[in-house]
Design a binder for this molecule. Structure first.
Ligand code: ASP
Ligand code: MG
Length: 423
């Protein structure tokens, strides 16, 4: 039985020292029947996106050296990780992946989303190939699994939807095959279409979701997301000083935080765990001895810690009927219908008698289309480059330092949540 799923993101495998650290964590738990879900190393996914853009710009007519940054980065890690005697052997394992990637990058006339999914996921394949070799060499017996044989999706490239039934059947085949003491290792982020002919991806930062998929299908006890922070913090330490760790929150609260823009956990991760009561831990790979944040369904007795979440690059759009009628249900239906068709997701909504305001992630093309659809019946105004600032569990009378001196375009609060659109 596989009981625990560990997810290691890009930062946790960004160089040879990081991979050694991963090994020492895994080594301590190798008899816990674990499955590792590992991302591409460091910022490889970003780099591959840039490489893909270059190949497309040049209609595939680029030499292999267009990949040299990515190749050197991984070779450097290999050289620093393995004994001299083993380096060539590991390079021999990853070279075919680079060549395959190169062939796929050179293909022409492909739809962008499709081309993306056939190429960018190589970051994960290369990363896990290196890490599996290293674990095996270091006395942690490891079995490498190709996630594309387990995670089955539709053809919605770059944001593929999971085929839960088929995925479950395939992942459950692992159970009788699993040998106690052997660590399973697979890739986050990638999957494939049912015929296994085309790779797919689950969307950026999708590896957390992969961990949740495996855990759900395996009826695992626990998922641990290993991070470079001490757990779930009440704010992004890059923006706020005095952040504190949230020791324990419920699944629902974690979903709320992710919804408002907390980026620690991919929003799709929680539901598959909540449905099976699988606890989620967010733990530091730098200080694995520190207590993790625990996310489960147990009621929290102590007072909730206020959380501060900032979402950049927001657009605030306001819509009023041109005929001066009220912003009634019929009008709301028209506006939200258009948003739905254009896949504009509202991060905040405020209505008054004559105006509806919607705050969403800026996307120029979508704004143009939305305005185009609405401008006949509505007066439409919008502001871009705004911030949405959300405080969960705000304390009455508390006005955050963060808002001071900023232009508040909208303020709204419910019992538990206060939101500001800031200019
Ligand atoms: N490597 C992918 C990304 O950077 C998936 C992940 O890390 O979750 O988005
Ligand atoms: Mg990540």
């Amino acid at each position: 039985m596989i009981r625990k799923v560990y997810k290691f993101g890009g930062a946790s495998v960004k160089d040879a020292a990081a991979v050694r650290n991963l090994k020492s964590i895994v080594e301590q738990h190798k008899n816990d029947d674990i499955l590792l879900v590992v991302s591409a190393m460091g910022k490889t996914t970003n780099k591959l996106e840039a490489v893909l853009a270059e190949f497309r710009k040049h209609n595939g007519q680029l030499g292999f050296d267009a990949l040299s940054d990515v190749v050197c980065y991984h070779e450097d890690i290999i050289v620093n990780l393995f004994d001299k005697a083993n380096i060539d052997q590991v390079i021999d394992k990853v070279s075919p992946l680079f060549l395959e990637l190169y062939d796929k990058l050179r293909e022409t006339d492909l739809d962008y989303d499709y081309h993306y999914d056939q190429t960018v996921g190589y970051g994960e394949l290369i990363s896990t190939t290196i890490i599996a070799a290293f674990l095996n060499e270091s006395g942690v017996p490891t079995r490498w699994l190709d996630a594309r044989k387990y995670v089955m999706t539709d053809i919605n490239f770059r944001s593929a939807n999971l085929d839960w039934d088929e995925t479950r059947v395939r992942i459950q085949r692992l159970l009788p095959e699993h040998i106690n003491g052997i660590v399973c290792l697979t890739q986050g982020f990638i999957g494939s279409t049912a015929d296994e002919k085309h790779s797919t991806t689950l969307g950026r930062e999708g590896s957390d979701f992969t961990a949740a998929i495996f855990a759900n299908c395996l009826d695992a006890e626990e998922v641990t997301i290993w991070k470079d922070v001490d757990g779930l913090l009440n704010a992004d330490p890059k923006r706020f000083s005095d952040t504190v760790k949230i020791p324990h929150i419920t699944y629902s609260e974690a979903i709320e935080l992710a919804f408002y823009g907390a980026t620690v956990i991919h929003p799709k991760t929680i539901k598959p765990l909540q449905n099976k009561g699988i606890r989620l831990k967010v733990q530091s790979f730098i200080h694995p001895e520190h207590e993790p944040t625990l996310i489960d369904s147990a009621k929290i007795k102590q007072q909730q810690i206020p959380s501060y979440i900032v979402k950049d690059n927001q657009t605030l759009l306001s819509v009023s009927p041109r005929d001066y009628s009220f912003m009634d249900e019929r009008h709301l239906q028209t506006v939200f219908g258009a948003c739905n068709e254009l896949k504009i997701h509202a991060n905040m909504i405020q209505t008054s008698a004559l105006t509806l305001s919607i705050c969403f992630d800026s996307d120029e093309a979508k704004i143009r289309q939305l305005v185009g659809r609405l401008k006949k019946a509505f007066k439409v105004l919008y502001n871009t480059n705004l911030q949405l600032f959300t405080i969960r569990h705000y304390q009455e009378g508390f006005e955050s330092e963060y808002v001071k001196g900023k232009h508040i375009l909208v303020k709204q609060s419910s019992r538990s949540t206060m939101q500001f659109v800031l200019g």
